[in-house]
Design a protein around this ligand. Structure first.
Ligand SMILES: *[C@@H]1O[C@H](CO)[C@@H](O)[C@H](O)[C@H]1NC(C)=O
Ligand SMILES: *[C@@H]1O[C@H](CO)[C@@H](O)[C@H](O)[C@H]1NC(C)=O
Ligand SMILES: *[C@@H]1O[C@H](CO)[C@@H](O)[C@H](O)[C@H]1NC(C)=O
Ligand SMILES: *[C@@H]1O[C@H](CO)[C@@H](O)[C@H](O)[C@H]1NC(C)=O
Ligand SMILES: *[C@@H]1O[C@H](CO)[C@@H](O)[C@H](O)[C@H]1NC(C)=O
Ligand SMILES: *[C@@H]1O[C@H](CO)[C@@H](O)[C@H](O)[C@H]1NC(C)=O
Length: 503
């Protein structure tokens, strides 16, 4: 075969591969704080069907990791914040690596390609105060040392997903080029940068333009998106979206510390579809499609042009997450709880009108719903029973102010929360009573724009290892669920910056 023909075939193959794939470097966060989880095998098939090659976990669940073996997916696993103090002991860090990394044969095609171990999750979040500031750098160093010692440090890097609130621009000069690390933690960050740099590990940051809007109602909406806002000027640079401005604040802060070239990964970015007036499918699609197109262009940001590895948050809605950050917190998925896509999304970023591929072979509970009896009075007793449902696992966020099902009348709202509780209780006989106020029906009470869901049936995939690991897994969940994904200070600084630049 001639060389020219080989090149031509290679080119065809190349085009073929990338026609079906999602944009290079795009990953997703696979959170599992859900009452009903899809089987790991179902999720992995979903990732493959959508051409997603990278996945980020919030722990090191052996059930999931075993299912990922041989999948070819690149995997980021995590130690939780609550494990950080222990990992300050080099022996315990070694144990962690030998329990959660080494058994998965990271450098074999049949293993799990663990590319990053996330050491904690947003440990320097301002909301946590000083809880983790002292223990994070030692844990990072010990994990990376253990990886190096075990001979996998070249391919498996330890890093820390930070919230964007670890850096900022000073109020007197609120522009990206003036970015610095937050003064109260700058010395701790310096220790961490030294370790990352010595091991060629990336800096990981979570960025949430949605929260810019949520926390600063006067935040100019159009800068959260990627469709051409009026440029804001920082010296010779023009910014039309807050992601670029936020990235460049980090790039500037890294430069101040002498790490101009440190690789940066966006560990979480996304847009919720319920729980706030700005959390709906229209805006989520606009944000995510704009983001993916931006990534596909490989333009990067003005100060860091090129490819940007990015993990969407998140894969699924998670109905057991804390609503402390806001009612939107359970609705970040690009897929619903059951693996059904919420809106068309072209993961290639090439402007195709495509829909995500849904999860296959999902088994649901029977078509039964729990509703308020027709003659039940709407009184204090009903309110008490509704509160019981909402406070005991039922997901009532969709009926709150600004949410998708808020338009329901009082009786429909009662049915909505009773059904949510009933489904979360796996439709058990006793879970649809509410002191005689409720009854089971086989007639779908859903109305246009508000679905009364049927939960997914218990997954048949069980593994003995899962039970053994469940207690630390639970801890991880609670740590993750209290984590506030977003940058208060930075966002407010940006809101100020954008407002000022706008004048
Ligand atoms: C793991 O992923 C990296 C990054 O894409 C790749 O270079 C490496 O070949 C993969 N390792 C295996 C064993 O597949
Ligand atoms: C989504 O939210 C935006 C901003 O609040 C609003 O203008 C728009 O009408 C909403 N779209 C839908 C379909 O609810
Ligand atoms: C995208 O496809 C859907 C059906 O899959 C269609 O309803 C919609 O109008 C299309 N949008 C555009 C912009 O072509
Ligand atoms: C629960 O409901 C099923 C079907 O309706 C019935 O067969 C079963 O006896 C009930 N169990 C209890 C404990 O009431
Ligand atoms: C309700 O569920 C049906 C069936 O799964 C789906 O087609 C529809 O899009 C859903 N509607 C909403 C508002 O989620
Ligand atoms: C319902 O089933 C799920 C599995 O899908 C299980 O994890 C959960 O414990 C069950 N809940 C109750 C209240 O029985």
């Amino acid at each position: 075969m001639s060389r020219g023909w080989q090149t031509f075939s290679a080119l065809l193959l190349f085009i073929g591969i990338f026609n079906n794939a999602c944009v290079e470097g795009l990953g997703v966060n696979w959170g599992t704080v859900s009452s009903h989880k899809l089987a790991p095998e179902t999720v992995i098939q979903l990732l493959k069907d959508n051409g997603i090659q990278k996945v980020k976990l919030f722990d090191a669940d052996p059930t999931i990791l075993m299912a990922l073996a041989g999948s070819g997916l690149e995997v980021m696993i995590a130690a939780t914040n609550l494990e950080l103090a222990d990992l300050g002991d080099p022996t315990k860090a070694k144990d962690w690596v030998h329990k959660n990394v080494i058994p998965y044969n990271v450098n074999s095609k049949d293993g799990v390609n663990i590319t990053i171990v996330a050491v904690g999750n947003e440990p320097f979040l301002q909301a946590y105060g000083d809880k983790f500031t002292g223990v994070t750098a030692p844990a990072l160093k010990n994990i990376q040392d253990a990886l190096n010692e075990a001979g996998v440090g070249k391919t498996t890097k330890a890093s820390i997903p930070f919230n964007g609130d670890v850096y900022m621009s000073p109020l007197y000069n609120p522009v990206p080029s003036a970015g610095i690390f937050r003064p109260d933690i700058a010395d701790k960050i310096r220790d961490i940068l030294k370790i990352l740099s010595a091991n060629n590990a990336p800096f990981i940051v979570n960025i949430y333009p949605f929260l810019s809007l949520y926390f600063a109602k006067d935040f100019p909406l159009e800068y959260a998106f990627f469709d051409g806002a009026t440029p804001l000027v920082d010296g010779k640079i023009q910014y039309t979206n807050v992601l670029d401005a936020n990235m460049d604040t980090l790039v500037s802060a890294l430069k101040v510390e002498g790490y101009s070239d440190m690789p940066i990964i966006v560990g979480e970015i996304g847009w919720p579809t319920d729980g706030d007036t700005n959390a709906n499918v229209t805006l989520a699609q606009r944000f995510l499609q704009g983001l993916i197109k931006h990534l596909a262009s490989n333009k990067g940001s003005p100060l860091r042009p090129g490819y940007l590895e990015t993990y969407l948050f998140g894969l699924f809605d998670e109905d057991k997450k804390s609503t402390l950050p806001g009612n939107f917190e359970r609705s970040w998925g690009i897929f619903k709880y059951d693996g059904q896509p919420k809106f068309p999304l072209d993961l290639s970023g090439k402007g195709e009108n495509k829909t995500l591929v849904a999860a296959k072979d999902v088994q649901y509970l029977p078509k039964k719903w729990c509703v308020l009896k027709g003659d039940a009075p709407t009184d204090a007793n009903l309110a008490d029973n509704m509160n019981y449902a909402c406070n005991n696992g039922g997901d009532c966020t969709p009926i709150q102010d600004g949410s998708s099902c808020n338009f329901l009348d009082a009786k429909q709202k009662a049915s909505y929360v009773f059904n949510s509780y009933f489904q979360i209780q796996n439709q058990s006989n006793t879970s649809c009573d509410f002191k005689g106020l409720a009854t089971v029906t086989t007639q779908d009470p859903s109305v246009p724009n508000c679905n009364f869901t049927i939960q997914i049936a218990p997954s048949t995939s069980t593994s003995p290892a899962h039970g053994a690991h469940s207690s630390s897994h639970e801890q991880g969940k609670s740590a993750a669920s209290t984590s506030l994904p977003g940058t208060l200070a930075t966002i407010l600084a940006f809101a100020t910056m954008l407002a000022q630049l706008r004048l």
